[in-house]
Design a protein around this ligand. Sequence first.
Ligand code: ZN
Length: 381
Amino acid sequence: MRKLLFVALLFVPMMSIAQDTAYVRSVISRLTAPDMYGRGCGRSGDSIAAEYLRAEMRAAGLRPLVPNYWQSVYYDVYDIDSCELSINGRKYEPYKEFRVYSAKRYATPERLKKARHKKQIDNVWYLGVDKLHTYSPVSGDYNRHPYCVEIVDSLFPRKIKQLNDNIDLIHNSGYKSQNVMGFIKGETDTMIVFTAHYDHCGTMGREVYFPGAHDNASGVAALLDIARMKAYTNPHYTLVFMLFCGEESGLKGSMEAAENPPVDLSKVKLLINIDLFCGGADGLMVFNANATNTKGWIDRLETINNKWQLVPNIKRRDNSPNSDHYHFSSHCPAVYILSIGQPYGGYHDPDDTCERCGLQHYPNNLRLILAMLGMDFNLDK
Ligand SMILES: [Zn+2]
């Protein structure tokens, strides 16, 4: 009986809620293309992505939530334009053999102490470390510490006789980016808000860029997929879609949207943020799952999953400032849902590509979320 039910489940609900995995892959493929420059600020990759997302919202039939779908956001950013290093005549490979970071964050006294080897030349620290840190393009203090360079320690020369460093940081204070926002009017003005960030880590020179398929082209694609499913029907709740910039620079886009919200946040029934959605072999994780205003929803998520066995596991976590739900969580019920386990290419890594984003768990991951919201008509009974 259970087997029969499972077979029925595979075929029947797919037709009614119609996730479009081919469309999702096409969005991920577009957002991760080389001419989006890792969706960073260096060559305006974030704005190229925002233009594309606005067109997709329009095509899905979403109405603009803010004029022309864009909410301006200003923040300090940097990207790495050129990234060449050779020491004693040996050329080093960016990302794999050396990485460039904000010195304010990575050349702290504690990290300098931990480095196996270190040398300061022209106010730049060169550090030999066993494992290069995960890259993150947060703002730095460029007046006192322009940047620092971590080199794989086994390749760090014991004597530096000649150093050629052609590292060119683009630092832009007050950089203008934008959140992309649309909505579908429901029977009621009570809202379900879906959020995901579309920016990523930009480039590390001309040769290396960060595609960011898992982080977070996948979440953006899922939101557009939901929007397309519901665009021509009449949902009960008004459905709001917010795609944020500036997450990788410190949740800047979502902070702006939470502090200057284009909607009345007291009317939000639930905000669901999706970030890292290529995987799912080990199930889903939910942050802010135990708050008094979110607990009931996540209990329901678990109950539905126990009944239908859509994902292997649901892990619950307390609130954390680790993604774009965070600044909303003091104003309305807000959770952050991510896929856990493979398949995805890497994290803040040039290998986080569309090809390595398997998507085989995507339909069930999404169905479960929609069922929790009562938007999957076969599972929400
Ligand atoms: Zn990230």
